[in-house]
Design a protein around this ligand. Structure first.
Ligand code: PMH
Length: 374
């Protein structure tokens, strides 16, 4: 879905903003630090192939995804750059990864043993995941690491890199980040004595922007490539300037004057307390507009107006300050004149993070691409 659309609702993705954000980061990183553009989850909802293409043009040299299917989707889209799958992939799919030149992540002895039993032609490129404190995937101890490296003795396995992931690089307090750094440095020495040409990478957006001189060979740039700060603290520090790439728009499809005491939407939870103008827009919770967003503002002609009544599956209602023609543009995320509704504002309302807002906008909303700031 999302290719052909007949309703007036769309997400605009400004690829120029993505280009700009990568350049901003590049200017801050030491010369030669490579950039993985993290395009998992359909490029955080922005469109994986389009974002990947722009990121490579802007200077990213590699891509990172969570799933093998996401990597294959990039290949189907004609993307030739190196791709790393960050998550766990069942060993039985290793021949597919090899065939499509996709690098996999490994961290289990049993996984390597199974891979060694599989007949495949060619070389499997691998990055080793070290768990320095995220507690999700990776080897945690020196002895675990040493055992794993011993099992790598198969000429078809090419250990190309090693990495870890920070749990708190976006927080004000840095004690846990530093604890993870120390763990990494200890394990990384073992890795380097095993093989001195490994591509080492640790930093996500927060770490790469805040601590650019601690980034080893590459960074994995996700949320901030899309123009969003990883946390309010990083936004406040603003180590680099970012342009948000995504905005969400629709149009009024119905406008009516409602008398006092009339109720709006399921549950009749909103009742007009005077004569009001009510507009209907064709976006609802099936598009990712969570029902808890009732009360949130949208923009019409640069003015804020609230969503009233329960959000339906495909539609919701807006309290207008006056009558507007059908077809008037409504912006739910993004700018109109001087007014802006940010992804962060919506995240705060839902008590979540901007990452989740970008990912929750469903594939039912078509993505339109433009290149404004380049
Ligand atoms: N590397 C790994 C292993 C990740 O899981 C992520 C993001 C990134 C890099 C990019 O991080 P950034 O977007 O902060 O730059 N992963 C996730 C996650 O699993 N949940 O939220 C973000």
């Amino acid at each position: 879905m999302g290719e052909v659309s007949y309703r007036p609702a769309w997400i605009e993705v400004d690829l120029g903003a993505i280009y700009y954000n990568i350049h901003q980061l590049q200017n801050r990183l030491p010369e030669g630090t490579e950039i993985f553009a993290v395009v998992k989850a359909n490029g955080y909802g922005h469109g994986d192939v389009e974002v990947a293409r722009t990121a490579i043009e802007a200077g990213a040299s590699m891509l990172a995804v969570a799933l093998l299917e996401e990597a294959l989707h990039l290949r189907e889209g004609g993307i030739l750059a190196p791709i790393l799958v960050l998550g766990w992939v069942d060993p039985k799919y290793v021949p597919i990864a090899v065939e499509h030149h996709i690098t996999l992540t490994f961290f289990q002895k049993s996984w390597l043993e199974q891979v060694k039993q599989i007949p495949f032609k060619g070389e499997l490129s691998l990055h080793l995941k070290v768990d320095t404190g995220m507690g999700r995937l990776g080897v945690t101890t020196k002895s675990e690491l040493e055992t794993l490296l011993e099992v790598c003795n198969d000429s078809r396995l090419h250990i190309a890199g090693a990495f870890t992931h920070f749990a708190t690089a976006d927080e004000r307090g840095l004690a846990y980040y530093e604890h993870q750094q120390l763990n990494w440095i200890k394990l990384q020495q073992i890795l380097q004595s095993y093989k001195n040409d490994l591509l080492l990478h640790t930093g996500n957006s927060a770490a790469s922007m805040r601590f650019p001189n601690q980034m080893f060979d590459a960074v994995r740039f996700g949320i901030s490539m899309y123009g969003l700060y990883p946390s309010p603290i990083v936004k406040e520090e603003k180590p680099i300037n970012l342009h948000p790439a995504m905005s969400l728009h629709t149009k009024l499809i119905h406008v009516k004057q409602v008398p006092t005491g009339r109720s709006i939407s399921y549950g009749a939870t909103y009742t007009t307390d005077r004569e009001e103008w009510i507009g209907t827009i064709p976006l609802g919770y099936a598009d990712g507009l969570a029902r808890q967003l009732t009360g949130m503002d949208v923009l019409i002609e640069g003015k804020r107006m609230p969503i009233v009544g329960k959000i339906c599956m495909d539609q919701c209602m807006i309290r207008l300050d006056q009558s507007y023609p059908i077809g008037t543009q409504v912006t739910l995320i993004g700018k109109q004149f001087e007014e802006e509704i940010t992804m962060d504002e919506i995240a705060a309302r839902l008590e979540t993070i901007n990452y989740e807002i970008a990912c929750m906008l469903s594939s039912r909303i078509p993505r339109h691409y433009l290149n404004s700031t380049r």
